[in-house]
Design a protein around this ligand. Structure first.
Ligand SMILES: N=CN[C@@H](CCC(=O)O)C(=O)O
Ligand SMILES: [Mn+2]
Ligand SMILES: [Mn+2]
Length: 348
């Protein structure tokens, strides 16, 4: 791989663009009752709502990982697809009178590398994104990151880590567990951070702070990871649940494996790389899956994980609108986003 390097990092390439509320549009239904509610009607610019959406409009990690760029354009499109989904009756009843306090839009961290490859723009974007994540966690909200490439994961983790600083000072270090739905382990060894390295970087960060690395990767394909990566997974004690396990093992067995993982940790960072799903369902990704795991399985497992009440950070990564068909991939991402939002609010 050839990496062009700039001599001085250009900090102006990274910006935090505030919420663009024109993205929040949908059907007008003046002849229906007030129960015909959609998420576009509830979203507000982020202040201190229960949930804060924050975009990571950056695919430089994908470029560095020799992938197909384009994921940078995804956050507004996922928002637009989510905005058009109805708010379920249970939520309307539970939060009657407080619906405007549920969902905040914290805008996008935008990484401009149009002219190719600047040395440290990804790292700067991760830091700026982590700051936004950390602010939301400290205010008691659940941040949900919208990628962007899967380099978002290192930023999500850093944001969560920063927010936990106060707890750590009190000598009660919460144990973080990471659950990643992904065809790829994303623990590559590399001289630079990429979309294929975030969980190896997190492992190193935790090791440097004498903290254990708890990582469960669900949907791993033996055709998408080398033996070297499986070796590293074993060395790092990664709980690997393969795509074939997801097809052939009974639900109860898999749910038990994941519940055992959840029981070992205090808080969870949940990340969904959309290339865990079959390319027929999600064509708009850098690395489409020939096999993939079922959407119904992912949703059921996400609900199970959310029901633990331990998820303090979540994100959805790798949607690449350039390769999408009829917004299919964005719609699936929006559905998973709605699942996380609903479950978080219902279990609050
Ligand atoms: N986040 C993606 N990571 C994958 C991409 C694989 C590919 O582009 O083929 C990985 O590095 O393994
Ligand atoms: Mn992947
Ligand atoms: Mn990934």
């Amino acid at each position: 791989m050839t990496i062009a390097r700039t001599t001085t990092p250009n900090t102006t390439r990274i910006s935090h663009t505030p919420a663009d509320m024109t993205q929040w549009t949908g059907r007008a239904e003046p002849f229906e009752t007030a129960r015909a509610r959609y998420w576009y009607q509830l979203s507000q610019p982020y202040e201190d709502q229960n949930i804060g959406l924050i975009g990571f409009a950056c695919d430089q990690g994908v470029r560095r990982n020799q992938g197909r760029v384009g994921a940078r354009a995804a956050p507004p499109l996922i928002r637009r697809a989510f905005a058009k989904l109805p708010v379920i009756a249970d939520l309307q009843q539970r939060f009657d009178g407080q619906l405007s306090t549920l969902l905040g839009d914290a805008g996008d961290i935008y990484c401009d590398d149009n002219d190719g490859f600047a040395e440290s723009t990804l790292e700067q974007a991760q830091i700026k994104y982590a700051d936004a994540v950390s602010t939301i966690v400290k205010q008691g909200g659940l941040p949900i990151g919208l990628g962007g490439g899967h380099a978002i994961a290192y930023g999500s983790f850093l944001g969560l880590w920063q927010a936990l600083e106060n707890t750590k000072n009190a000598n009660v270090t919460p144990t973080i567990g990471i659950i990643n739905f992904d065809a790829h382990l994303d623990i590559r060894q590399s001289d630079v951070a990429t979309s294929g390295t975030p969980f190896r970087q997190i492992a190193e960060h935790l090791d440097a702070h004498d903290q254990p690395f708890h990582y469960c990767c669900i949907g791993v394909s033996r055709f998408s990871n080398t033996a070297a990566l499986f070796d590293r997974a074993e060395q790092l004690g990664v709980q690997v649940i393969s795509d074939e396990d997801c097809h052939y093992q009974p639900w109860d067995t898999l749910a038990e494996r994941v519940k055992n993982f959840v029981d070992q940790v205090d808080i969870i960072y949940l990340t969904i790389d959309m290339d865990c799903l079959p390319s027929s369902i999600v064509p708009g990704v850098s690395a489409p899956a020939a096999y993939g795991i079922e959407l119904g399985f992912v949703e059921r497992m996400v609900k199970t994980i959310m029901a633990s009440g331990k998820v303090k950070m979540a994100d959805i990564a790798e949607i690449n609108p350039t390769f999408d068909i009829d917004s299919r991939s964005c719609k699936v991402a929006a559905r998973l986003l709605a699942t996380i939002v609903e479950q978080h609010l219902l279990s609050a």
